[in-house]
Design a binder for this molecule. Structure first.
Ligand code: 5GP
Ligand code: ZN
Length: 113
């Protein structure tokens, strides 16, 4: 999709530090990491957010959730990680392309709001 930062990253028009890639999804380091490991995992097809998940595209989400544990194993993470997705303005979604933040490498508190 034109003017989508993450679609540009997928197309290679904006550089990123890739951690994993296959035909359906891409994982790369967040520019502003909130933990020692902070990856963004995105579908290669533009989906705006969880609000735009449908029976036609939900297989991509399933694929991402099958893939995240493998990515974290490759990253050497053995003591847990957190997966977060923000949906819309109140949640603080700033990039309107579905993405899963995956955070690891430190003990995390739980005060999301
Ligand atoms: P959101 O706030 O939408 O849940 O998360 C967007 C995330 O994308 C933020 O954590 C932000 O640091 C990250 N981000 C924004 N632009 C870029 C970029 O061009 N490259 C990378 N690697 N991360 C980005
Ligand atoms: Zn996009």
């Amino acid at each position: 999709m034109a003017d989508c930062i993450f679609c540009k990253i997928i197309a290679g028009e904006i550089p990123s530090a890739k951690a994993y890639e296959d035909e359906l999804c891409l994982a790369f380091k967040d520019l502003d990491p909130k933990a020692p490991v902070h990856l963004l995992v995105i579908p290669k097809t533009h989906i705006q957010s969880v609000d735009a998940v449908t029976p036609e595209n939900s297989g991509l989400v399933a694929h991402i959730f099958e893939t995240i544990p493998k990515i974290m194993k490759d990253q050497g993470i053995t003591s847990g990680y957190r997966v977060i997705t923000n949906i819309g303005p109140d949640a603080g979604q700033t990039v309107p392309h579905l993405h899963f933040h995956v955070l690891a490498g430190k003990e995390m508190g739980w005060e999301p709001a």
